[in-house]
Design a binder for this molecule. Structure first.
Ligand code: ATP
Ligand code: MG
Length: 256
């Protein structure tokens, strides 16, 4: 049965999409069957997986409105080695359209149930908000992976997310928990980052992943080639780190 994880943080630009596409590629590299679901109308994870969001016939929007199944909407990215249910601007409308519908927060969960034996991992890239889209992600998932930069306000920002996850856990999805915090864009030369990293570890213990993703320009360049860094430049430091992270996640599964 597939493990379903949301990559979420309501803060913008913290590395959610970079984490989702590179973790997907890393997991595929170590032999896992992966489905990436893009829940962000920006469609960055779609484009970053080599799929043109403007050319899509079926997207996650159709899945949420029950006019397509996951199997119908999923596209295999040859270059990346994983399946993608893409998103584009059309998805922004789903927010409004879902409001009057039944089980509006459970739509993705119901759709994913049909493919749970086809994949080992489902990774959901969430938008930078705690919207109905993110809620659909959180209701479908077994857990949340939280990418974060080790900056001054990092811990404060986490409080909102942790509270939201607690509420969803209590009211909507008993399975949901934080799988782990992933330190990203890390620069060990910056003392503050080291300090915040230590704070995170003392606060959250083994909820902090061992793997640290360094700041690495190759990871930032890769999206303009429509590829995850792991595929674009496998020898880059950041790419190594993401494959290592994929291994760490696979190893953690039996303890979850
Ligand atoms: P949004 O909230 O808009 O969805 P996001 O949380 O998905 O943003 P990303 O798009 O993954 O964040 O990353 C923000 C920017 O930081 C991008 O330009 C990305 O290329 C860059 N970036 C992410 N991770 C790294 C890294 N480890 N090293 C260097 N640059 C990075
Ligand atoms: Mg993003």
């Amino acid at each position: 049965m597939a493990k379903i994880f949301c990559v979420a943080n309501q803060k913008g630009g913290v590395g959610k999409t970079t984490t989702t596409v590179n973790l997907a590629a890393g997991l595929a590299k170590v032999g896992q069957r992966v489905l990436l679901v893009d829940l962000d109308p920006q469609g960055n994870a779609t484009m970053g997986s080599g799929i043109d969001k403007r050319q899509l016939e079926l997207t996650v929007y159709d899945v949420l409105l029950e006019s397509a199944s996951i199997t119908e909407a999923a596209i295999f990215s040859d270059k990346c080695g994983y399946h993608v249910v893409g998103a584009n601007r059309e998805l922004a409308g789903a927010e409004v359209e879902l409001v009057d519908l039944e089980h509006r927060d459970q739509r993705l969960k119901l759709a994913l149930a049909a493919v749970q034996n086809d994949f080992d991992f489902v990774l959901i890239d969430c938008p930078p908000s705690l919207s109905m889209l993110t809620l659909n992600g959180l209701c479908s998932a077994h857990g949340v992976i939280v990418p974060m930069q080790c900056e001054y306000f990092a811990l404060e920002g986490l409080t909102d997310l942790v509270n939201t996850i607690k509420q969803v856990h209590a009211n909507l999805n008993r399975d949901l928990k934080i799988i782990g915090l992933l330190r990203v864009m890390f620069d060990p030369r910056i003392t503050l980052q080291q300090q915040v990293s230590e704070q995170l570890k003392s606060h959250f213990g083994d909820k902090v992943f061992n793997t640290v993703i360094p700041r690495n320009v190759r990871l930032a360049e890769a999206p303009s080639y429509g590829l995850p860094g792991v595929v674009f430049d496998p020898s880059a430091k950041g790419s190594h780190a993401f494959v290592e992270f994929a291994r760490e996640l696979v190893e953690r599964i039996p303890t979850m």
